[in-house]
Design a protein around this ligand. Structure first.
Ligand code: HAM
Length: 416
C-alpha cells in the first residue's frame, strides 16, 4: 500500500459545492464594499518578519506563538502574514499612495496564517475580508465601518449578531491605566497562568486575551479602561456611540474588549454571533492612529476591521441552485465533432455546456444528463449532422424540438 499524503493540520479543502457558497459570499461582499467606495488592494502572502513584530506587536500571542516564520535560501527571515493590516500600511508607505487624490480606503480578501490550536472556527490557514481606511479622524468613519459591517451581514442574511464596542485610549491616557492594571494583576499573580504572569510586566493588557479560566475570572476584577480615558479619547468614544445611534445600529459597550493586537488606539469593536459558540467573533477591528507614523510614513491615522470567512460561511444560509447547463449527447465520431462545434458556438453565446469525452450509449448519456441535473440536452446523430438541425430537449418539461444552432441559442437565452 502506498502512503497517502494528507492535508496539513488546521488547513481545509474547499470543495466545489462549498466553493460556490464562497463565491457567492465573496461577490456580495465585494459589491457592498464597493458601494462604500472601497478599492481592492493585493499584497504578497509573505513579508519580512519584522513587519509583523513591529506592526502586530511583540507582546501579542500572534507574534509570540503563532507566526509561520522561516528563512528563505538567502537567509532572510520571512513570515506568512498572520493578518493584513501591517501589509497594507507597508504598501501605502512604500508606494506613496497617500500622495494620490483618491481616498485611502482599501479592501482585501485572502488567506492568513496562524499557528493556533486548530478547532471549529479556528484554522491555521484561514481567510479574511479586510478593510482599512487611512487619514480620517472623525468618529463618523468609526461608526460607518460598523454600519457597513452590519449591512454586509444583513445582505448575507446573517441576523443573530451583536456589536460590542469599546475604547482602549491612546498613548496619553493608557499609561495610567496600565499602571493600575499592573498593580491589580500583581495582587492576583498566584492565580494567573505562567504566560499571564509574564504579561504583567510585558503588557498587562494582553492578560485579557487569555483563554485560561482562572485568568479570565481574574480579568473580570481588573479596572476598566473606559474610566481612564483622556478628554480627547472620551469625546471620540462618545461621538462614535452617537453616530452609531444616528445610523440606528444597536451595540453594547464592553469595557474589557481590548482585542489581541497591540496597535489599537481609541475605538475597538467586534461583531459576535451566538451561532458560533465559543469562537464567536465574526468580525474584529478598531482604530490604530500611530502605526503609519511608527513605520516611518506620514502621520495618518488608520481604522479597519477583518472578518473571518470560514466563520462567516458557517453561518450564512445557502441553497445551492442547480446550474442551468446543457449536456451534449452524441453517437459516433462524426456527430461528436459536429456537436463540439455547436457547443463551441453556444458557449460563445453564454450557455454553460458539458461534453463528456467518453464512449457511451445514447441511453447511458441521457441518464448521465439526468443524474447531473442538466437543464437541456442537445442530441446529435448522423441525421442531425446532415441537416444541420439538432434535437434540443428541455429536461424540465420533457419537450423536444429540432432546430439550427442559432435557434437553439435563442431558445435557451429566452428561457433564462
Ligand atoms: P483579528 O481579531 O485577529 O483581527 O481577526 C479578525 C477575524 O479573523 C476574527 O474575528 C475571526 O473571524 C477571524 N480569525 C482570526 N483568527 C482565525 C483563525 N485562526 N481561524 C479562523 N478565523 C480566524 C485582525 O486580524 C485585524 N487585522 C483586524 C483589523 C483590521 N483591525 C484593524 N484593521
Amino acid at each position: 500500500m502506498k502512503k497517502q499524503i494528507s492535508a496539513i493540520k488546521g488547513t481545509k479543502d474547499i470543495l466545489p459545492r462549498e466553493a460556490k457558497k464562497w463565491q457567492r459570499v465573496e461577490s456580495v461582499t465585494k459589491r457592498v464594499l464597493e458601494l462604500y467606495a472601497y478599492k481592492e488592494i493585493r499584497t504578497p502572502v509573505f513579508e519580512a518578519t519584522e513587519l509583523f513584530e513591529k506592526g502586530t506587536g511583540q507582546t501579542t500571542d500572534i507574534v509570540i506563538k503563532e507566526m509561520y516564520t522561516f528563512r528563505d535560501k538567502a537567509g532572510r527571515s520571512l513570515t506568512l502574514r498572520p493578518e493584513y493590516t501591517p501589509s497594507v500600511v507597508r504598501s501605502i508607505i512604500e508606494k506613496r499612495l497617500y500622495l494620490q487624490p483618491e481616498p485611502l480606503r482599501f479592501y482585501y480578501i485572502g488567506p492568513m496564517f496562524r499557528y493556533d490550536k486548530p478547532q471549529k472556527g479556528r484554522y491555521r490557514q484561514f481567510h479574511q475580508v479586510d478593510i482599512e481606511v487611512f487619514g480620517e479622524e472623525d468618529p463618523a468613519i468609526d461608526a460607518e465601518i460598523v454600519e457597513m459591517a452590519n449591512y454586509l451581514l444583513k445582505e448575507l442574511k446573517v441576523y443573530d449578531t451583536e456589536n460590542l464596542v469599546n475604547s482602549v485610549g491612546c498613548k496619553n491616557c493608557r499609561p495610567s491605566y496600565l499602571k493600575d492594571l499592573r498593580s491589580q494583576a500583581e495582587e492576583v499573580r498566584r492565580v494567573l497562568c505562567p504566560d499571564c504572569q509574564r504579561k504583567i510586566k510585558l503588557n498587562p493588557l494582553r492578560i485579557f486575551d487569555c483563554k485560561v479560566e482562572t485568568c479570565r475570572e481574574a480579568a473580570q476584577t481588573f479596572p476598566e479602561i473606559t474610566n481612564y480615558l483622556c478628554q480627547e479619547c472620551e469625546e471620540h468614544f462618545s461621538r462614535f456611540c452617537d453616530y452609531l445611534d444616528f445610523f440606528g445600529i444597536k451595540y453594547k459597550v464592553e469595557p474589557r474588549l481590548v482585542r489581541g493586537i497591540d496597535y489599537y488606539t481609541k475605538t475597538t469593536f467586534e461583531v459576535v454571533s451566538s451561532k458560533l459558540g465559543a469562537k464567536n467573533a465574526l468580525i474584529g477591528g478598531g482604530r490604530y492612529d500611530d502605526m503609519m507614523k511608527e513605520f516611518g510614513g506620514p502621520d495618518l491615522c488608520g481604522i479597519g476591521f477583518a472578518m473571518g470567512l470560514e466563520r462567516l460561511i458557517s453561518v450564512v444560509p445557502f441553497t445551492d441552485k442547480k446550474g442551468k447547463f446543457l449536456y451534449l449527447v452524441y453517437l459516433g465520431d462524426e456527430s461528436k465533432r459536429a456537436g463540439m462545434k455547436v457547443v463551441q458556438f453556444l458557449r460563445r453565446g453564454g450557455v454553460e455546456c458539458l461534453v463528456e469525452y467518453k464512449e457511451r450509449s445514447i441511453k447511458s448519456q441521457m441518464s448521465r444528463a439526468n443524474k447531473l441535473g442538466a437543464a437541456w440536452v442537445l442530441i446529435i446523430g448522423e441525421e442531425e449532422v446532415k441537416k444541420e438541425q439538432y434535437q434540443l430537449k428541455n429536461m424540465a418539461t420533457g419537450s423536444q424540438v429540432e432546430r439550427t444552432q442559432e435557434e437553439i441559442l435563442k431558445i435557451i437565452r429566452e428561457s433564462s
